[in-house]
Design a protein around this ligand. Structure first.
Ligand code: CA
Length: 406
């Protein structure tokens, strides 16, 4: 007993000494000797805050102004979605169809460009980036796409090229000394390839020119189509890559993700006759397959924390918050799936999308506090968030760091 006690004391003393040394080494100062807790992220680092389409909660998405604001707010990465112009220049837009994100529909000189194209098997009518030269694209103004967000900047900002975004981020890195990165996505890669405007070669060329084609470059390349990532890997892209994982909607009665085209499977799978759904990607076998060509996954949030409504005796969804409507705001978050742990076991990091602050986007049990949602995911060991409101994501991260004694 005595021997055991003194051995334990010795071990504790040794641990305390080691901690004091560690704290001294990293400038811990006069803080009490408290063990900091490890992160649960794959690399044991704090979760990454990715500004989704820039600071898109505040300014028209995918503009230099939106990316700049995101960087000023402290975001780690900015996220440009990429589509191609008629003359083959990569620009930042969420869709090839630029009707809702620009003022093109109001400009009489482009009225005749209105057309219908099939995008991932679905007919879309409007104006498409691939029918405009870069010079023409530069005459357009960007719009904010959410009616609840500030409207006063509509039409003021131009559509940026990938090159302009790289230049902006490099300038901000140099000015601030911060490790700011870009998170480009190949948007509808099969659609672009069929137009003869393949995105992959163009992105690789741009990253080579930026001297950013390496595993340690501040670049994460993402796509919903595995074929796009595999093509870039085969063609010599060595940056970290992320397989995005989508779904169509929630079934609030069951708390399960629902699947309907074109959001049921990657479009390159649909074209090649692969009948698996996106859900196949979150199984251990699916994760192992992704690990052969990518470094992480970017799942829709409910793959990690399902959202489920309350059902009454008649089997109908209940109006839990009593506002007379039955919707997402009446549903609550459910116990987490094993996806983060499963992905980490497969050697993949997990960046989930999309975190938004509006009340209508928050499940009932977050109690109208967007930070509660971030904290739930951070505590699960999520490696990064795509957020329209990077400042809120960062506030929640600060709280999380304090919880860990950091
Ligand atoms: Ca309600």
């Amino acid at each position: 007993m005595t021997i055991f006690a003194s051995t334990t004391f010795f071990k504790l003393s040794a641990m305390a000494s080691a901690m004091v040394m560690a704290l001294t080494a990293c400038g811990g100062g006069d803080d009490p000797v408290l063990a900091t807790q490890p992160f649960k992220t794959l690399a044991n680092v704090q979760p990454l805050v990715v500004a989704h389409r820039g600071a898109s909660g505040y300014l028209p998405e995918h503009t230099l102004e939106s990316y700049t604001r995101a960087i000023e707010l402290g975001a780690d990465f900015v996220e440009p979605d990429l589509v191609a112009t008629k003359d083959g220049v990569l620009i930042a837009r969420h869709e090839p169809n630029i009707t809702s994100t620009t003022n093109v529909a109001t400009l009489p000189q482009f009225a005749a460009r209105k057309t219908t194209k099939k995008v991932d098997g679905v007919d879309e009518t409007g104006w498409f980036a691939s029918d405009f030269t870069l010079a023409e694209i530069k005459t357009l103004g960007a719009l904010i796409t959410d009616a609840e967000r500030p409207q006063q900047f509509n039409g003021l900002y131009k559509i940026p090229t990938l090159q302009e975004i790289v230049d902006l981020v490099k300038a901000r890195r140099a000015a601030t000394g911060r490790e700011i990165g870009i998170y480009p996505e190949t948007k509808h890669p099969t659609f672009h390839r069929q137009l003869g405007l393949g995105l992959e070669d163009r992105l690789i060329t741009a990253l080579n020119a930026a001297n950013w084609n390496s595993k340690t470059a501040p670049v994460l390349v993402q796509s919903f189509e595995p074929g796009s990532l595999k093509e870039m890997r085969a063609k010599g892209l060595t940056t970290r890559m992320v397989q995005l994982i989508d779904g169509d909607d929630y079934d609030l009665k069951t708390g399960k993700i629902s699947y309907a085209a074109p959001y049921d499977r990657p479009y390159d799978w649909a074209v090649s006759g692969d009948t698996r759904l996106f859900s196949a990607m979150v199984t251990p076998a699916g994760l192992a397959e992704i690990k052969t060509y990518a470094d992480g996954i970017g799942p829709w949030k409910p793959y990690i924390v399902p959202i489920k409504g309350a059902v009454d005796a008649a089997g109908k969804l209940r109006d839990v918050n009593g506002d007379g409507k039955v919707n997402y705001n009446d549903a609550s978050s459910q116990p987490a799936t094993t996806l983060i742990d499963d992905a980490h076991k497969a050697g993949l990091f997990v960046h989930a999308y999309t975190f938004r602050s509006e009340q209508r986007r928050l499940a009932f049990d977050y109690n109208k506090d967007p930070k509660a949602e971030y904290l739930q995911f951070y505590r699960l060991g999520l490696d990064g968030v795509f957020s329209d409101f990077p400042d809120t994501a960062l506030e929640a991260r600060s709280t999380y760091l304090r919880e860990l004694g950091r």
